[in-house]
Design a protein around this ligand. Structure first.
Ligand code: GTP
Ligand code: MG
Length: 136
């Protein structure tokens, strides 16, 4: 059965949206296989975002992700990798479709696109790698 790594980012935890986000995952029919609240280490974040090293938003992104606790989840289900990406909506909450987590709950933070509530793995390879980082 397919597994994906979901993070509720610090903005989601601070805004007390953990329950609502979990409800959407469960309502879709995905199983929560593992769940924990964690304060990310710099090492975990560098590994998690290694594909973005050197991009202009990399440092602010890592800083933001370290700014408070986040919730790490392994969700399981058929096609859960693309399925959760679809539930989350596109990266920018301003233009994410209504009905998605980012479209319904994400706020317009101007240039701070990193505050988009959730992360979801984008491929089977990413999911395996990311599960290893957060659930070692
Ligand atoms: P994730 O599920 O979090 O990986 O989002 P994504 O796959 O939709 O986006 P991507 O992997 O391209 O970027 C990872 C994260 O970096 C995004 O979720 C945003 O938080 C942040 N990000 C991406 N692009 C930008 C940008 O242009 N500006 C800023 N400030 N942040 C960005
Ligand atoms: Mg991504």
């Amino acid at each position: 059965i397919e597994r994906t790594l979901i993070l509720i980012k610090p903005d989601g935890v601070k805004r007390q949206l953990t329950g609502q986000i979990l409800s959407r995952i469960e309502a879709k029919g995905y199983e929560i296989a593992e769940l924990k609240q964690v304060s990310a280490t710099r090492e975990q974040l560098e590994a998690h975002y290694e594909e973005h090293v050197g991009k202009p938003f990399y440092e602010p992104l890592v800083e933001f992700m370290a700014s408070g606790p986040l919730v790490a989840i392994i969700a399981e289900g058929q096609n859960v990798i693309p399925g959760f990406r679809s539930l989350a909506g596109t990266t920018d909450p301003t233009t994410a479709a209504p009905g998605t987590i980012r479209g319904d709950l994400g706020r317009d933070w101007g240039l701070k696109v990193q505050q988009n509530l959730v992360h979801g793995s984008d491929s089977e390879e990413s999911a395996a790698r990311e599960i290893g980082i957060w659930f070692a």
